[in-house]
Structure formats: C-alpha cells, structure tokens
Write a protein that binds this ligand. Structure first.
Ligand code: ADP
Ligand code: MG
Length: 248
C-alpha cells in the first residue's frame, strides 16, 4: 500500500499560560491522511482544531510527537526549511480570508508564487486559470474591498492552490458565511477534489461542510475519534447552540 501523505504520531501540544500547569490541547494524537482524501476535523470551539491545523501546516512546532509528510519528518527541519516547505507544499484557507486589501484578486491569488520571486507576468496565466476555476474570471482586477464575502473566500481558495500544494488546510473556511453563500463553496471544494484529486483537511463545526468529507474525525480531549459521516458531528447541546446562533 502507498505511504500516506500525512502520518501523525503521538502529537502533543501544550501552551504555557503563565499558570503552574501548562494547558494541554493535543494529547498523544495520531492521524493519517491519504493522497486525494477530504478529511474533516470536527469539534467544539476550543477543542484544538486550529492548533492541530497549524501543526499539520508547520506554522507551529509541537511539544512532542512527529508529523511525517510523504515520509519526511517535518519538525527535524529548520525554521527556514519549514517556511519553504509551507510555501511549496501547503495551501491555507482561514476563516477570515486574509487577503491583502491593496492588491487585486489576481495579485492576491498569485502571491504564493510571487513570494518565490517569480514574476507576475510569468505566473499571471495560472492565477487567471485559478480564478476561472473558482468562477471569478470577471473579478480578477477587483480589490478585496469590492468583493462579497463568498467571493473573497473563493479568492482565498484560489490562492491556496497557486503553488499546486500537496495538501490544502482549511480552518472553518465557511464559518463566516451564511448557509446560502457557503453551499456553493462546499460544492467547489468537492469538485476540486474530484477534478484535480486535491487533498484537503478541513476544520469545521458546520455539519454541511463535514458532509463533503470522506472521513470525519472528532477532536475531543486532545485526541481524534472517527465518526460516521452521517452522524451529527456535534453533541446535541452544542448543535442546538449552533442552531440558535443561526437564528440571531
Ligand atoms: P478551536 O480551533 O477548536 O476552537 P484552538 O486550537 O484555537 O481551538 O484552541 C484550543 C485551546 O487552546 C483553547 O482553549 C485556546 O484558548 C487555547 N490556545 C490556543 N492558542 C493558544 C496560545 N497561543 N496560547 C495559549 N493558549 C492557546
Ligand atoms: Mg479554530
């Protein structure tokens, strides 16, 4: 069998919060992701989803444990090597799009390649293709301030794909959008998975986003537990809180 894209073993993350005991967020966590898979990480707010995604994307270092990426031990690399790895191999989409306001949609999409000191004229065709892929061909010259919430998040998704990353990490990518705006984005993610066999790890507390995943893992007490994708991803109490929040 092929080695997994991502192989996480015994991951521990503690935060020093100034008190006598550190805060343990991830505790001996194991995880494995195959090439081409869509995996959802579900869990209540504060359960450690963002912490886990930051470690998978090498934005932060664990307290203990290993993350192997195509059999390479990530955290044996220097900070400089990790920065290059992130730029090349990982695409990030955050809840807040983090687009640069003074650049156009096309320039924002091209940014990960510009960081590699490639010229805009060289990478413009790919940035255009990606905007096209996300249904934004006619928004290429718009600045983020003139785009809707859903459009901004599409630009962020296009940007995450710019350097043909092996893995796209999405941290509650539609958490900021209403259901009507989020739905087409979910279909977009599903389509990218089918069309270009893109691997995704999505953190979400949105059941409709979890529905597009092949596997749903619930993060609880620092560890992941596989749950049936048809099952409610949140405990009843949290789900009803979520529904109330939707109404307001
Ligand atoms: P989620 O994304 O599931 O809401 P997070 O990973 O953001 O959860 O946070 C998990 C826990 O770790 C929370 O209790 C949060 O307050 C804490 N935490 C996150 N980042 C830090 C940090 N840099 N320093 C201290 N505590 C943190
Ligand atoms: Mg989070």
């Amino acid at each position: 069998m092929d080695a997994p894209l991502l192989d996480v073993d015994g991951l521990v993350k503690e935060y020093d919060t100034g008190g006598p005991e550190p805060l343990t967020v991830l505790q001996d966590l194991d995880m494995s992701v195959r090439e081409g898979e869509i995996v959802a990480v579900a869990g209540e707010s504060g359960s450690g989803k963002s912490t886990l995604l930051h470690l998978l994307g090498a934005l932060d270092r664990p307290t203990a444990g290993t993350v192997r990426f195509r059999e390479n031990d990530l955290f044996s690399k220097s900070d400089e090597e990790l920065a290059a790895f992130r730029n090349q191999a990982i695409g990030f989409v955050f809840q807040l799009h983090h687009l640069l306001p003074e650049f156009t949609a096309l320039e924002n999409v091209a940014m990960p390649a510009l960081i590699q000191h490639r010229s805009l004229s060289e990478v413009r065709p790919r940035a255009r293709d990606l905007l096209d892929l996300l249904g934004l061909a006619d928004r290429a010259d718009h600045r983020p301030g003139t785009l809707s919430g859903g459009e901004k998040q599409r630009v962020a998704i296009a940007r995450s794909l710019m350097n043909e990353p092996a893995l796209v990490l999405m941290d509650e990518p539609t958490g900021n959008l209403d259901a009507r705006t989020a739905q087409p984005l979910h279909r977009e993610i599903e389509r990218l998975s089918q069309d270009i066999d893109q691997t995704f790890v999505l953190a979400t507390h949105d059941p409709s986003l979890a529905q597009i995943a092949e596997r749903v893992l619930r993060l609880e007490l620092g560890q992941l537990h596989e749950i049936d994708p048809a099952e409610d991803i949140m405990p009843a109490e949290a789900a009803s809180r979520g529904r109330d929040a939707d109404k307001s």
